[in-house]
Design a protein around this ligand. Structure first.
Ligand code: SF4
Length: 180
């Protein structure tokens, strides 16, 4: 029988959620037995071959490329999971939502205390356009499940992922998403 397929992506995140996934230690052998990995930075595969069963999304949307990738994941993943604070709320990148985009760019490239005189705001057509603010994933596409944390612990990701890959509804105990 064909294995379920898994895809993952990192949008406006720090890859910490992917690191937490890899932190499942020896259970990674079970994961490899359980799934075929499709599009993911873990195998450096850049395109889907077809539909996959579960997609894990790290990070929110800060630029047009993030939106493109997220929509591609929604179109190809039967179940889409927002993993971590950045995907669920925008997280740390969404701190720029507190000020306007122009003000944020000026602080970063023109006026900040570490900027030398004559700074320049990047404006190259090869750079993805920044959005007016950072959007959590569910404001762009429908998200089926949310795994909270910054990052969610390896146990949390494993419990949610294993349930989905084996055809069960994730029913995580409170201790797995209680953060103090
Ligand atoms: S939720 Fe935390 S660990 Fe995950 S991408 Fe965002 S900042 Fe990194």
């Amino acid at each position: 029988m064909a294995k379920p397929k898994l895809a993952t992506c990192s949008l406006a995140g720090c890859f910490g959620c992917h690191m937490s996934l890899l932190d499942i230690d020896e259970r990674i052998i079970e994961l490899v037995d359980l799934v075929d990995l499709d599009r993911s930075p873990l195998d450096d595969k850049k395109r889907f071959d077809g539909m996959v069963d579960v997609g894990l999304v790290e990070g929110g949307c800060a630029n047009e490329h993030n939106v493109h990738v997220l929509r591609d994941f929604r179109a190809h993943c039967r179940t889409l999971v927002a993993v971590g604070a950045c995907a669920i709320t925008g997280g740390v990148p969404a701190m720029r939502n507190l000020v306007g985009l122009r003000e944020c760019l000026e602080e970063a490239y023109l006026k900040g205390p570490t900027v030398e005189a004559g700074g320049l705001i990047p404006n190259d057509e090869d750079l993805p356009l920044l959005l007016d603010r950072v959007y959590p994933a569910h404001e762009i596409v429908k998200i089926d499940y949310f795994l909270p944390g910054c990052p969610p612990s390896a146990d949390t990701i494993w419990a949610g992922l294993r349930a989905l890959l084996t055809g069960h509804q994730p029913a995580l105990p409170y201790k797995l998403f209680k953060y103090e």
